[in-house]
Design a binder for this molecule. Structure first.
Ligand SMILES: C[S@@+](CC[C@H](N)C(=O)[O-])C[C@H]1O[C@@H](n2cnc3c(N)ncnc32)[C@H](O)[C@@H]1O
Length: 267
């Protein structure tokens, strides 16, 4: 584990994504298309909405009209907007994020998309501003890996779901990541250093009380597609300030994957 405090890690994550969303809007304007294409999840269905995700949670979530959906770390809102459309006027989509610049971008994007059944709440997923049993579904796209306190995130996710509620998260998992990289803050904010191994991810969800925890889809990054991940999280593989140190990329091939993980809260 890193020698930084939880608050130091969250501050670095907030600063990184605050800058990344401004930079992304200016230069990239799209998602990590390579991954989404290779996963067959479709590409960038929302023109102009910056995406920093690692796959498509909604492609694997059986969300129904009328549901209430919570998007953890909604960012600029790509999945939130699609979730709001899926649940329709009888349903509701709630985006949670801790980065003010992301929240501003998300609110602008909701308005531009004409979405009226979604709201954005500022807060941390380790202490969600969400009532007990408020939501039917939790989705999240490339966010939980960034938390220094994943036990708390899963405990909170369990608390806010209704009995019978479901969770589908897209996130990064790792295999035998070198310790030096685990302690690299740039790699942490780039969605790599904080990512745990798949078995650990499943254990964390089960220990929080979830059942039926399983990986329903997995994408292993090759050396070249790893760039798509860091681009997704950071915007620009050749931008030294924004990207993780990719001199490790050769060592990392086969050690990093994105998964779609399903879990359910007992009725
Ligand atoms: C990699 S981006 C993903 C954004 C969005 N899900 C997407 O697919 O474009 C991570 C997002 O999670 C937010 N985030 C990171 N840690 C968080 C935490 N502890 N609580 C709430 N939001 C957090 C960041 O502010 C950022 O917007």
């Amino acid at each position: 584990m890193m020698k930084k405090s939880h608050e130091e890690i969250k501050k670095a994550v907030r600063e990184h994504y605050g800058q990344a969303v401004a930079h992304r809007s200016e230069c990239c304007g799209g998602s990590s298309r390579v991954q989404l294409e290779e996963q067959g999840a479709g590409t960038d269905p929302l023109q102009g909405v910056a995406s920093f995700g690692c796959g498509s949670p909604l492609a694997f979530a059986n969300i129904a009209p009328g549901d209430t959906v919570l998007d953890l770390g909604a960012g600029a809102g790509p999945d939130l907007i699609m979730a709001a459309r899926k649940v329709g006027p009888e349903g509701k989509a709630i985006g949670l994020d801790m980065t003010p610049e992301m929240i501003d971008a998300c609110r602008r994007n909701l308005e531009a998309a004409g979405i009226e059944n979604a709201e954005v709440r500022q807060g941390e997923m380790e202490n969600m501003p969400v009532a007990d049993a408020e939501v039917d579904w939790i989705i999240s796209n490339c966010v939980i890996n960034l938390s220094p306190d994943k036990e708390k995130v899963f405990a909170e996710a369990f608390r806010v779901l209704k009995p019978g509620g479901q969770m589908l998260v897209s996130d990064i998992v790792t295999v035998g990541l070198p310790q030096a990289l685990r302690e690299n803050m740039t790699a942490w904010v780039g969605c790599i250093a904080g990512a745990v191994e798949q078995d650990e991810y499943i254990r964390l969800a089960r220990e929080a009380g979830f059942e039926n925890v399983r990986v329903v889809d997995k994408y292993e990054y090759s050396e070249s597609s790893l760039c798509a991940l860091t681009e997704g999280c950071s915007c620009g593989c050749d931008d030294d300030k924004a990207s993780p140190d990719m001199s490790h990329a050769g060592d990392l091939a086969g050690r990093i994957a994105s998964v779609r993980l399903y879990a359910r809260k007992r009725k």
